[in-house]
Design a protein around this ligand. Sequence first.
Ligand SMILES: [Zn+2]
Ligand SMILES: [Zn+2]
Length: 434
Amino acid sequence: MLPEIVKGFIILACIFIPLERIFSLHKQKIFRLGWATDVTYFFTGHFIGRFGAIVVTLTWSLMTNFLNSELQSKVASQPIWLQFAEAVIVSDMAYYIAHRLLHEVPWLWQFHAVHHSIEHMDWLAAVRVHPCEQLFTQICKIMPLVWLGFSKETFVVYALYSAAIAFLIHANITLKFGVLKWFVATPQFHQWHHTKIPEIYNKNFAVQLPLLDLLFGTLYMPAGKRPRKYGVSDRIPVGYLGQLLYPFFGNIKMVNNQLKQGMSRYFRPLPVTLGAILVAVSSLSAVSLINHMDIPTFIASLNSQKITVAELQQGKLKPVILIDVRSPEEYAEDRIGESPLVPLIDIEAGFGVKQVQAIARSSVKSNQTQPTIVLYCARGGRSVKAYQKLQKIGFNLAFLSGGIAAWREAVPAKQDSEVLAPIIRSPKETVRSN
Ligand SMILES: [Zn+2]
Ligand SMILES: [Zn+2]
Protein backbone atom coordinates (compact mmCIF):
# COMPACT_ATOMS: atom_id res chain seq x y z
CA MET A 1 0.00 0.00 0.00
CA LEU A 2 1.36 3.39 -1.02
CA PRO A 3 1.19 6.19 1.55
CA GLU A 4 -1.58 8.75 0.85
CA ILE A 5 0.92 11.49 0.06
CA VAL A 6 2.61 9.38 -2.65
CA LYS A 7 -0.80 8.55 -4.15
CA GLY A 8 -1.66 12.28 -4.11
CA PHE A 9 1.57 13.08 -5.95
CA ILE A 10 0.88 10.46 -8.63
CA ILE A 11 -2.73 11.64 -9.13
CA LEU A 12 -1.65 15.30 -9.45
CA ALA A 13 1.13 14.38 -11.90
CA CYS A 14 -1.35 12.33 -13.97
CA ILE A 15 -3.74 15.30 -14.16
CA PHE A 16 -1.36 18.20 -14.68
CA ILE A 17 1.46 16.76 -16.81
CA PRO A 18 -0.89 15.92 -19.75
CA LEU A 19 -2.78 19.24 -19.27
CA GLU A 20 0.52 21.15 -19.44
CA ARG A 21 1.47 19.21 -22.60
CA ILE A 22 -1.82 19.91 -24.37
CA PHE A 23 -2.47 23.51 -23.30
CA SER A 24 1.11 24.66 -22.59
CA LEU A 25 1.77 28.39 -22.36
CA HIS A 26 5.56 28.13 -22.48
CA LYS A 27 7.57 25.31 -24.01
CA GLN A 28 9.50 23.65 -21.18
CA LYS A 29 10.70 20.26 -19.97
CA ILE A 30 8.90 18.22 -17.29
CA PHE A 31 12.22 17.93 -15.44
CA ARG A 32 12.94 21.66 -15.55
CA LEU A 33 15.45 23.51 -13.35
CA GLY A 34 14.69 22.90 -9.66
CA TRP A 35 12.21 20.04 -10.14
CA ALA A 36 13.94 17.85 -7.55
CA THR A 37 13.87 20.75 -5.08
CA ASP A 38 10.12 21.11 -5.60
CA VAL A 39 9.50 17.37 -5.24
CA THR A 40 11.31 17.65 -1.88
CA TYR A 41 9.03 20.57 -0.93
CA PHE A 42 6.01 18.47 -1.91
CA PHE A 43 6.80 15.72 0.59
CA THR A 44 8.25 17.85 3.41
CA GLY A 45 5.42 20.40 3.05
CA HIS A 46 2.93 17.65 3.82
CA PHE A 47 4.48 17.16 7.27
CA ILE A 48 4.82 20.90 7.85
CA GLY A 49 1.11 21.18 7.02
CA ARG A 50 0.34 18.59 9.68
CA PHE A 51 2.53 20.47 12.13
CA GLY A 52 0.62 23.67 11.19
CA ALA A 53 -2.62 21.88 12.04
CA ILE A 54 -1.20 21.08 15.49
CA VAL A 55 -0.21 24.74 15.97
CA VAL A 56 -3.75 25.80 14.97
CA THR A 57 -5.23 23.25 17.41
CA LEU A 58 -2.93 24.42 20.19
CA THR A 59 -3.74 28.10 19.53
CA TRP A 60 -7.41 27.24 19.31
CA SER A 61 -7.33 25.50 22.69
CA LEU A 62 -5.67 28.58 24.19
CA MET A 63 -8.30 30.82 22.57
CA THR A 64 -11.32 28.95 23.99
CA ASN A 65 -12.27 31.93 26.16
CA PHE A 66 -12.48 34.24 23.16
CA LEU A 67 -14.79 32.00 21.15
CA ASN A 68 -18.42 32.91 20.72
CA SER A 69 -20.30 29.63 20.74
CA GLU A 70 -23.59 31.30 19.70
CA LEU A 71 -21.95 32.75 16.58
CA GLN A 72 -20.20 29.44 15.89
CA SER A 73 -23.40 27.41 16.00
CA LYS A 74 -25.12 29.97 13.72
CA VAL A 75 -22.27 29.72 11.21
CA ALA A 76 -22.21 25.91 11.32
CA SER A 77 -25.98 25.62 10.88
CA GLN A 78 -25.93 27.33 7.45
CA PRO A 79 -26.11 25.26 4.23
CA ILE A 80 -22.69 23.88 3.32
CA TRP A 81 -22.49 25.80 -0.01
CA LEU A 82 -23.01 29.09 1.84
CA GLN A 83 -20.42 28.20 4.49
CA PHE A 84 -17.98 27.27 1.72
CA ALA A 85 -18.51 30.61 -0.08
CA GLU A 86 -18.03 32.50 3.20
CA ALA A 87 -14.93 30.44 4.06
CA VAL A 88 -13.35 31.31 0.69
CA ILE A 89 -14.02 35.04 1.18
CA VAL A 90 -12.82 35.13 4.81
CA SER A 91 -9.68 33.06 4.31
CA ASP A 92 -8.67 34.79 1.08
CA MET A 93 -9.09 38.19 2.74
CA ALA A 94 -6.76 36.97 5.50
CA TYR A 95 -4.35 35.54 2.92
CA TYR A 96 -4.42 38.77 0.91
CA ILE A 97 -3.24 40.75 3.96
CA ALA A 98 -0.60 38.13 4.88
CA HIS A 99 0.65 37.98 1.28
CA ARG A 100 0.96 41.79 1.05
CA LEU A 101 2.97 41.75 4.27
CA LEU A 102 5.23 39.06 2.78
CA HIS A 103 5.93 41.43 -0.12
CA GLU A 104 6.18 44.69 1.77
CA VAL A 105 8.09 43.82 4.98
CA PRO A 106 11.72 43.29 3.89
CA TRP A 107 12.59 40.44 6.27
CA LEU A 108 9.33 38.64 5.43
CA TRP A 109 10.20 39.01 1.74
CA GLN A 110 13.40 37.02 2.43
CA PHE A 111 11.12 34.03 3.08
CA HIS A 112 8.62 34.73 0.30
CA ALA A 113 11.34 35.35 -2.32
CA VAL A 114 11.97 31.59 -2.21
CA HIS A 115 8.49 31.01 -3.70
CA HIS A 116 9.09 33.71 -6.31
CA SER A 117 12.46 32.21 -7.27
CA ILE A 118 10.73 29.75 -9.59
CA GLU A 119 11.76 30.46 -13.18
CA HIS A 120 9.74 27.75 -14.95
CA MET A 121 6.15 27.83 -13.77
CA ASP A 122 4.28 24.55 -13.54
CA TRP A 123 1.89 22.82 -11.13
CA LEU A 124 4.76 21.65 -8.93
CA ALA A 125 5.89 25.26 -8.38
CA ALA A 126 2.89 25.64 -6.04
CA VAL A 127 4.69 23.76 -3.28
CA ARG A 128 7.91 25.80 -3.30
CA VAL A 129 7.09 27.65 -0.11
CA HIS A 130 9.56 28.14 2.76
CA PRO A 131 8.33 26.20 5.86
CA CYS A 132 8.20 29.42 7.93
CA GLU A 133 6.03 31.06 5.28
CA GLN A 134 3.88 27.94 5.01
CA LEU A 135 3.18 28.01 8.75
CA PHE A 136 2.58 31.77 8.75
CA THR A 137 0.07 31.75 5.87
CA GLN A 138 -1.60 28.53 7.00
CA ILE A 139 -2.26 30.04 10.43
CA CYS A 140 -3.48 33.35 8.90
CA LYS A 141 -5.87 31.49 6.57
CA ILE A 142 -7.22 28.86 8.95
CA MET A 143 -7.51 30.68 12.29
CA PRO A 144 -10.39 32.97 11.19
CA LEU A 145 -12.27 29.89 9.92
CA VAL A 146 -11.73 28.05 13.20
CA TRP A 147 -12.77 31.13 15.17
CA LEU A 148 -15.97 31.52 13.15
CA GLY A 149 -16.83 27.85 13.70
CA PHE A 150 -17.36 26.50 10.17
CA SER A 151 -18.49 22.87 10.12
CA LYS A 152 -16.06 19.96 9.63
CA GLU A 153 -17.60 19.19 6.21
CA THR A 154 -16.93 22.78 5.13
CA PHE A 155 -13.31 22.43 6.20
CA VAL A 156 -12.92 19.26 4.14
CA VAL A 157 -14.46 20.84 1.01
CA TYR A 158 -12.47 24.04 1.54
CA ALA A 159 -9.17 22.16 2.02
CA LEU A 160 -9.66 20.15 -1.19
CA TYR A 161 -10.72 23.25 -3.15
CA SER A 162 -7.83 25.42 -1.98
CA ALA A 163 -5.28 22.68 -2.69
CA ALA A 164 -6.71 22.16 -6.21
CA ILE A 165 -6.67 25.93 -6.90
CA ALA A 166 -3.08 26.25 -5.63
CA PHE A 167 -1.84 23.66 -8.15
CA LEU A 168 -4.03 25.02 -10.95
CA ILE A 169 -2.87 28.65 -10.69
CA HIS A 170 0.78 27.64 -11.01
CA ALA A 171 0.20 25.32 -13.97
CA ASN A 172 1.89 26.13 -17.28
CA ILE A 173 -1.40 26.32 -19.14
CA THR A 174 -2.98 28.88 -21.36
CA LEU A 175 -6.64 27.93 -20.82
CA LYS A 176 -9.14 30.80 -20.66
CA PHE A 177 -11.82 30.83 -17.96
CA GLY A 178 -14.24 33.50 -19.32
CA VAL A 179 -16.22 35.37 -16.70
CA LEU A 180 -15.10 32.85 -14.02
CA LYS A 181 -11.70 34.59 -13.96
CA TRP A 182 -13.14 37.19 -11.54
CA PHE A 183 -14.38 34.62 -9.01
CA VAL A 184 -11.78 31.88 -9.27
CA ALA A 185 -8.02 32.47 -9.35
CA THR A 186 -6.68 31.26 -12.70
CA PRO A 187 -3.21 30.49 -14.08
CA GLN A 188 -3.37 33.77 -16.04
CA PHE A 189 -4.02 35.71 -12.80
CA HIS A 190 -1.22 34.11 -10.78
CA GLN A 191 1.34 33.84 -13.59
CA TRP A 192 1.49 37.65 -13.60
CA HIS A 193 2.27 37.51 -9.88
CA HIS A 194 5.40 35.47 -10.71
CA THR A 195 6.81 37.75 -13.45
CA LYS A 196 10.34 39.01 -12.99
CA ILE A 197 9.20 42.68 -12.96
CA PRO A 198 8.75 44.02 -9.37
CA GLU A 199 6.02 46.51 -10.39
CA ILE A 200 3.98 43.54 -11.65
CA TYR A 201 4.84 40.90 -9.08
CA ASN A 202 3.60 43.35 -6.45
CA LYS A 203 0.08 42.81 -7.85
CA ASN A 204 -2.48 39.97 -7.73
CA PHE A 205 -2.07 39.05 -4.05
CA ALA A 206 -5.23 36.94 -3.70
CA VAL A 207 -5.01 33.19 -4.36
CA GLN A 208 -8.69 32.39 -4.68
CA LEU A 209 -10.69 35.55 -5.38
CA PRO A 210 -9.24 37.97 -7.98
CA LEU A 211 -12.10 40.32 -7.06
CA LEU A 212 -10.19 41.19 -3.87
CA ASP A 213 -7.34 42.63 -5.95
CA LEU A 214 -9.87 44.56 -8.02
CA LEU A 215 -11.35 45.90 -4.79
CA PHE A 216 -7.95 46.97 -3.36
CA GLY A 217 -6.58 48.31 -6.65
CA THR A 218 -3.86 45.68 -7.04
CA LEU A 219 -5.24 43.73 -9.99
CA TYR A 220 -3.09 43.17 -13.09
CA MET A 221 -4.59 41.05 -15.89
CA PRO A 222 -4.08 42.85 -19.23
CA ALA A 223 -6.25 41.31 -21.95
CA GLY A 224 -4.45 39.25 -24.58
CA LYS A 225 -1.02 39.42 -22.86
CA ARG A 226 0.85 36.71 -20.94
CA PRO A 227 4.11 37.05 -18.96
CA ARG A 228 7.40 36.00 -20.58
CA LYS A 229 9.88 35.57 -17.74
CA TYR A 230 9.40 34.44 -14.15
CA GLY A 231 11.60 34.81 -11.07
CA VAL A 232 13.25 37.51 -8.98
CA SER A 233 16.49 39.43 -9.19
CA ASP A 234 17.52 38.18 -5.70
CA ARG A 235 20.13 35.42 -6.08
CA ILE A 236 18.37 32.48 -4.47
CA PRO A 237 19.97 29.01 -4.29
CA VAL A 238 18.39 26.27 -6.44
CA GLY A 239 18.75 23.43 -3.88
CA TYR A 240 16.28 22.68 -1.08
CA LEU A 241 18.70 23.15 1.82
CA GLY A 242 20.10 26.36 0.35
CA GLN A 243 16.57 27.72 0.06
CA LEU A 244 15.74 26.75 3.65
CA LEU A 245 18.78 28.67 4.89
CA TYR A 246 18.44 31.61 2.50
CA PRO A 247 16.09 33.81 4.63
CA PHE A 248 18.46 33.48 7.58
CA PHE A 249 21.87 33.77 5.95
CA GLY A 250 21.31 34.74 2.32
CA ASN A 251 23.23 32.98 -0.46
CA ILE A 252 26.85 31.82 -0.26
CA LYS A 253 28.18 35.07 -1.74
CA MET A 254 26.30 37.11 0.84
CA VAL A 255 27.52 34.81 3.63
CA ASN A 256 31.13 35.28 2.48
CA ASN A 257 30.70 39.06 2.42
CA GLN A 258 29.15 39.00 5.85
CA LEU A 259 31.97 36.82 7.18
CA LYS A 260 34.49 39.32 5.87
CA GLN A 261 32.64 42.06 7.74
CA GLY A 262 32.77 40.09 11.00
CA MET A 263 30.53 37.61 12.79
CA SER A 264 28.27 40.29 14.28
CA ARG A 265 26.95 41.03 10.82
CA TYR A 266 26.58 37.33 10.05
CA PHE A 267 23.34 36.70 11.87
CA ARG A 268 20.19 38.55 11.01
CA PRO A 269 18.64 38.89 14.47
CA LEU A 270 14.93 38.76 13.76
CA PRO A 271 14.80 35.83 11.33
CA VAL A 272 17.30 33.96 13.51
CA THR A 273 15.10 34.47 16.58
CA LEU A 274 12.05 33.31 14.65
CA GLY A 275 14.04 30.35 13.36
CA ALA A 276 15.04 29.42 16.90
CA ILE A 277 11.39 29.59 18.02
CA LEU A 278 10.39 27.47 15.04
CA VAL A 279 13.05 24.87 15.87
CA ALA A 280 11.90 24.79 19.51
CA VAL A 281 8.23 24.40 18.58
CA SER A 282 9.10 21.82 15.89
CA SER A 283 11.06 19.75 18.38
CA LEU A 284 8.20 19.91 20.87
CA SER A 285 5.80 18.86 18.15
CA ALA A 286 8.08 16.04 16.99
CA VAL A 287 8.47 14.69 20.54
CA SER A 288 4.67 14.90 21.00
CA LEU A 289 4.08 13.01 17.75
CA ILE A 290 6.59 10.32 18.74
CA ASN A 291 4.64 9.92 21.99
CA HIS A 292 1.35 9.73 20.04
CA MET A 293 -0.01 12.80 21.80
CA ASP A 294 -0.98 16.33 20.82
CA ILE A 295 1.18 19.13 22.26
CA PRO A 296 -1.11 20.06 25.24
CA THR A 297 -1.42 16.37 26.24
CA PHE A 298 2.33 15.88 25.92
CA ILE A 299 2.97 18.93 28.13
CA ALA A 300 0.45 17.52 30.65
CA SER A 301 2.22 14.15 30.53
CA LEU A 302 5.43 15.81 31.75
CA ASN A 303 3.56 16.70 34.91
CA SER A 304 2.02 13.26 35.42
CA GLN A 305 3.49 10.14 37.02
CA LYS A 306 4.52 7.74 34.28
CA ILE A 307 5.36 4.05 34.61
CA THR A 308 6.96 1.93 31.92
CA VAL A 309 6.01 -1.69 31.24
CA ALA A 310 9.35 -2.88 32.67
CA GLU A 311 8.91 -0.83 35.87
CA LEU A 312 5.38 -2.12 36.25
CA GLN A 313 6.57 -5.72 35.87
CA GLN A 314 9.33 -5.13 38.43
CA GLY A 315 6.66 -4.05 40.92
CA LYS A 316 7.85 -0.45 41.23
CA LEU A 317 4.42 0.87 42.24
CA LYS A 318 3.12 -2.38 43.70
CA PRO A 319 0.28 -2.95 44.46
CA VAL A 320 -1.50 -1.50 41.44
CA ILE A 321 -4.99 -1.45 39.98
CA LEU A 322 -4.96 -1.35 36.20
CA ILE A 323 -7.80 0.56 34.55
CA ASP A 324 -8.44 0.64 30.80
CA VAL A 325 -9.66 4.07 29.55
CA ARG A 326 -10.17 3.13 25.89
CA SER A 327 -13.50 2.53 24.16
CA PRO A 328 -15.66 -0.58 24.83
CA GLU A 329 -14.87 -1.77 21.26
CA GLU A 330 -11.12 -1.69 21.85
CA TYR A 331 -11.60 -3.25 25.28
CA ALA A 332 -13.59 -6.13 23.76
CA GLU A 333 -10.72 -6.82 21.35
CA ASP A 334 -7.95 -7.01 23.93
CA ARG A 335 -7.17 -5.85 27.46
CA ILE A 336 -4.48 -6.33 30.05
CA GLY A 337 -5.54 -9.22 32.27
CA GLU A 338 -8.90 -8.64 33.92
CA SER A 339 -8.47 -4.86 34.23
CA PRO A 340 -11.83 -3.06 34.40
CA LEU A 341 -12.94 -0.58 31.71
CA VAL A 342 -13.79 3.06 32.40
CA PRO A 343 -13.72 4.91 29.03
CA LEU A 344 -12.13 8.37 28.93
CA ILE A 345 -15.38 9.78 27.58
CA ASP A 346 -17.17 8.65 30.81
CA ILE A 347 -14.39 10.13 32.95
CA GLU A 348 -14.69 13.42 31.09
CA ALA A 349 -18.46 13.33 31.57
CA GLY A 350 -17.98 12.93 35.34
CA PHE A 351 -19.65 9.59 36.12
CA GLY A 352 -16.51 7.70 35.10
CA VAL A 353 -14.65 9.47 37.95
CA LYS A 354 -17.12 7.91 40.42
CA GLN A 355 -16.60 4.50 38.80
CA VAL A 356 -12.82 4.79 39.23
CA GLN A 357 -13.31 5.81 42.88
CA ALA A 358 -15.61 2.83 43.42
CA ILE A 359 -13.07 0.46 41.88
CA ALA A 360 -10.26 1.90 43.99
CA ARG A 361 -12.26 1.81 47.25
CA SER A 362 -13.38 -1.75 46.68
CA SER A 363 -9.76 -2.86 46.51
CA VAL A 364 -8.52 -1.03 49.61
CA LYS A 365 -7.90 -3.45 52.43
CA SER A 366 -7.26 -2.27 55.96
CA ASN A 367 -3.63 -2.22 57.18
CA GLN A 368 -2.29 -2.57 53.66
CA THR A 369 -0.44 -0.20 51.39
CA GLN A 370 -2.79 1.91 49.34
CA PRO A 371 -2.76 0.76 45.69
CA THR A 372 -1.73 2.97 42.78
CA ILE A 373 -4.22 3.29 39.96
CA VAL A 374 -2.39 2.72 36.67
CA LEU A 375 -4.37 4.05 33.70
CA TYR A 376 -3.71 2.72 30.25
CA CYS A 377 -5.02 3.31 26.72
CA ALA A 378 -3.79 2.37 23.24
CA ARG A 379 -0.51 4.33 23.34
CA GLY A 380 -0.68 6.86 26.19
CA GLY A 381 -2.57 9.96 24.98
CA ARG A 382 -5.97 9.19 26.47
CA SER A 383 -4.57 7.89 29.75
CA VAL A 384 -2.82 11.25 30.31
CA LYS A 385 -6.15 13.04 29.71
CA ALA A 386 -7.87 10.67 32.17
CA TYR A 387 -5.02 11.24 34.66
CA GLN A 388 -5.67 15.01 34.54
CA LYS A 389 -9.35 14.45 35.31
CA LEU A 390 -8.69 12.01 38.16
CA GLN A 391 -5.99 13.94 39.99
CA LYS A 392 -8.22 14.98 42.88
CA ILE A 393 -9.82 11.64 43.77
CA GLY A 394 -7.40 10.94 46.59
CA PHE A 395 -5.58 7.92 45.16
CA ASN A 396 -2.08 7.58 43.78
CA LEU A 397 -2.15 7.67 40.00
CA ALA A 398 0.15 6.78 37.13
CA PHE A 399 -0.25 6.24 33.40
CA LEU A 400 1.27 3.37 31.47
CA SER A 401 3.84 4.71 29.02
CA GLY A 402 3.16 3.38 25.51
CA GLY A 403 -0.19 1.92 26.60
CA ILE A 404 -1.39 -1.59 25.81
CA ALA A 405 0.73 -1.53 22.63
CA ALA A 406 3.93 -1.41 24.71
CA TRP A 407 2.53 -4.01 27.13
CA ARG A 408 1.72 -6.45 24.33
CA GLU A 409 5.24 -6.10 22.93
CA ALA A 410 6.53 -7.45 26.24
CA VAL A 411 3.75 -9.77 27.41
CA PRO A 412 1.62 -12.09 25.27
CA ALA A 413 -2.08 -12.17 26.24
CA LYS A 414 -1.93 -15.68 27.71
CA GLN A 415 0.81 -14.67 30.16
CA ASP A 416 -1.06 -11.63 31.54
CA SER A 417 -2.40 -13.25 34.70
CA GLU A 418 0.94 -14.86 35.52
CA VAL A 419 2.86 -11.57 35.10
CA LEU A 420 0.22 -9.52 36.90
CA ALA A 421 -0.34 -11.85 39.86
CA PRO A 422 2.52 -10.49 42.07
CA ILE A 423 1.79 -6.79 41.40
CA ILE A 424 -1.94 -6.38 41.01
CA ARG A 425 -4.53 -5.62 43.64
CA SER A 426 -7.89 -6.90 42.44
CA PRO A 427 -11.05 -5.04 43.33
CA LYS A 428 -13.41 -7.09 45.51
CA GLU A 429 -16.07 -6.60 42.89
CA THR A 430 -14.98 -5.83 39.35
CA VAL A 431 -16.80 -2.73 38.18
CA ARG A 432 -17.24 -2.68 34.45
CA SER A 433 -19.20 -0.37 32.33
CA ASN A 434 -20.74 -1.83 29.24
ZN1 LIG B 1 3.95 36.69 -3.78
ZN1 LIG C 1 2.75 31.37 -6.56
